[in-house]
Design a protein around this ligand. Sequence first.
Ligand SMILES: Nc1ncnc2c1ncn2[C@@H]1O[C@H](COP(=O)(O)OP(=O)(O)OP(=O)(O)O)[C@@H](O)[C@H]1O
Length: 202
Amino acid sequence: MLASPPALLQATDLRCERAGRALVDGWHLALHAGETVWLRGANGSGKTTLLRTLAGLRDPDAGTVHRPSPLRYLGHANGLKDELTVLESLRFAAQWQGLPHDTPGLRAALEHFGLGRLGSRPARQLSQGQRRRAALAPLALPQPGSVWLLDEPFDALDDAGVAQLVALVQAHAAAGGATLFTSHQTVPALSARAMALGEARA
Ligand SMILES: Nc1ncnc2c1ncn2[C@@H]1O[C@H](COP(=O)(O)OP(=O)(O)OP(=O)(O)O)[C@@H](O)[C@H]1O
């Protein structure tokens, strides 16, 4: 019998607390190449806390997270710097991904999200949807076999933006990557395994 390939991201017996209360306890995840997982849950149920823990931005209160693959986390706050232009932000993200400063895909990545004409604009001049698109643009740069952790990535996107992101997530899965995303809206065009968190905690 063939052994199953190792997960790109693995969480074992995870416990995450806020203000002394467990949001998840004994939680498991094995995210494999080609998988797309939709993490669902009510407001306050712990999705952001869990994603940040999986990304290594906060420590679990118990359990382990194994991250053998490159990882990209996008929080719902966008993380754009107002004073940087859209192209500078993308260049910064490319370097962070280990790509050369002058990587040829930068323009194409902006074009993917319809931002080709906005490359020299400072982020502070963008609309909310344009900011979301600019934050997502680094996903259009190559990073084979990586894990994407995306917190509410569809927020503020119009129908065309949703379709552009769906196309990227599907291509990422087809190329051997994996994605875990949160969303309060159903995205019918995206085929994803749903995982639900428990009830909201006050
Ligand atoms: N810095 C903090 N200190 C204490 N409690 C916090 C803090 N941040 C979040 N919480 C609490 O942790 C719980 C989970 O919050 P979290 O942001 O992970 O939920 P969420 O599922 O992402 O919510 P939403 O759908 O509203 O974005 C909430 O009850 C929240 O009040």
